[in-house]
Design a protein around this ligand. Structure first.
Ligand code: NAD
Length: 388
């Protein structure tokens, strides 16, 4: 049960790069990091526009002297202070993640980076190498993965409640970009520009979310082969896709499927994962995150609710308010930020942090690797390829 008591001796001195005024994702980083007193926001380079970033930072009660014009100045100046930052979150458009994360690691900072971590597996492995060599934590914000019902699903699968796992069906298919909204939206414009977004749009932007949830639920499943077909229904988005289907074969004989889309007209989020075993199936949907559907073959379907005693104990440890009251995206993110904080403190003390999982550098690497494989398959004519 989480009730706001401290998890770390002292809040970690923390900064943000990006996530400024009007950004889509900045507020939830701050809300998640600050909620349980694990972090203290003491500095930032919040915006590509330095004046706007400073004004914004001051409105967040950050010392004006520590609202920096850019991340390089911030890392340099903070390194000179006794009370300099210990960790930084990167919430900028994709094309900057690699250089900012690398600079942060080289400055000796723990990092929480937005997905995708970078554009190529080679870059991702390089970041992993630096983080490992410097004993630094990198968290990647696959936010909903921190929801308690994901933990419940993980334990049900681990305990054999579904039998042998055969099929994993995933989708993140919303309809918000069914038309060319990028013509009037800055934060959609960069998402369809390969120079800023990278080699994919929806595969990386949304598909990697349920993919990571599947990695949490099924930590031993490894992709062996993959086939991806991608389309640009809004033609101006080519070569980046606004819709993609990916079929995967896992090394244990199970199969998986991911539908990534932003042109699923009428759909709000449409992020679901259904895991099908030889005895039963479970299904989770992010628009109703507190409920997990459990269907045993030959029996009436059951709806398992968050916060109830019949869940596995691991699915109750992060409970804040009990069953019935909804917990959602904000709490899921806060749970992850708590684990990031605990991992950072443990790393600084050279202690193992093995009490829980969190999306770390491996998750970042895997997300980039998956997108790279999907694009390789799609651009070779939607052919089956060996997963590399
Ligand atoms: P956005 O365009 O809405 O906001 C980007 C912010 O970064 C702006 O404040 C901008 O001024 C600032 N910025 C840009 N370049 C900068 C730089 N070099 N230095 C400092 N600040 C800079 O973008 P967004 O939708 O918030 O997305 C940001 C990142 O978050 C993307 O990588 C995106 O994929 C990711 N994202 C993740 C989730 C999730 O669920 N984890 C959801 C949405 C977005």
């Amino acid at each position: 049960m989480i009730n706001g008591e401290k998890n770390v001796e002292q809040p970690i001195r923390w900064a943000m790069v990006g996530g400024g005024r009007g950004s889509q994702i900045g507020y939830i980083h701050r809300s998640a990091a600050l909620r349980d007193h694990n972090f203290e926001l003491v500095a930032g380079a919040f915006d590509i526009n330095p004046e706007r970033g400073k004004d914004f930072g001051m409105n967040l009660h950050v010392d004006p002297e520590r609202c920096y014009p850019d991340y390089k100045t911030m890392f340099e100046e903070e390194a000179k202070r006794e009370d300099g930052i210990q960790a930084v979150s990167v919430a900028t458009p994709n094309g900057t993640h690699y250089e900012i994360t690398k600079a942060a690691l080289n400055a000796g900072l723990h990092v929480v980076c937005e997905k995708p971590l970078c554009f190529t597996t080679e870059e991702a492995l390089e970041l992993q190498e630096i983080a490992t060599a410097k004993n630094l934590v990198v968290g990647v914000t696959y936010g909903y993965a921190g929801h308690q019902m994901i933990d419940q699903a993980r334990r049900m699968i681990e305990n054999g409640d579904l039998g042998e796992i055969r099929i994993v069906k995933m989708q993140f298919a919303h309809g918000f970009h069914s038309a060319a909204v990028e013509e009037n939206s800055e934060s959609t414009k960069w998402r369809v520009d390969p120079k800023v977004a990278g080699p994919s749009y929806v595969l990386g932007d949304v598909g990697t979310h349920p993919l990571y949830i599947s990695e949490v639920m099924l930590p031993n499943l490894k992709i062996k082969k993959l086939m991806c077909s991608r389309q640009s229904f809004v033609k101006s988005r080519a070569p980046l896709e606004d819709n993609a289907f990916t079929i995967m074969e896992y090394d244990n004989g199970a199969v998986g499927y991911v539908w990534s889309s932003c042109v699923n007209a009428g759909s709000m989020h449409g992020q679901t994962i259904r895991v099908i075993g030889s005895k039963a199936s479970i299904e989770w949907w992010d628009e109703h995150p507190n409920q997990l559907r459990y269907e045993v073959q030959g029996q009436p379907a059951q709806i398992l609710d968050r916060g109830m005693d019949y869940l596995y104990p691991e699915a109750l440890t992060d409970d804040r308010i009990g069953g019935g009251h909804p917990e959602g995206l904000f709490e899921a993110w806060s749970n992850l930020y708590t684990r990031f904080a605990k991992a950072m403190v443990a790393a600084d003390r050279r202690e193992a942090f093995d009490t829980s999982w969190y999306p770390g550098i491996e998750a970042g690497v895997e997300g980039v690797r998956w997108v790279e494989n999907c694009v390789r398959s799609a651009d070779n004519g939607a052919v089956w390829i060996e997963y590399q």
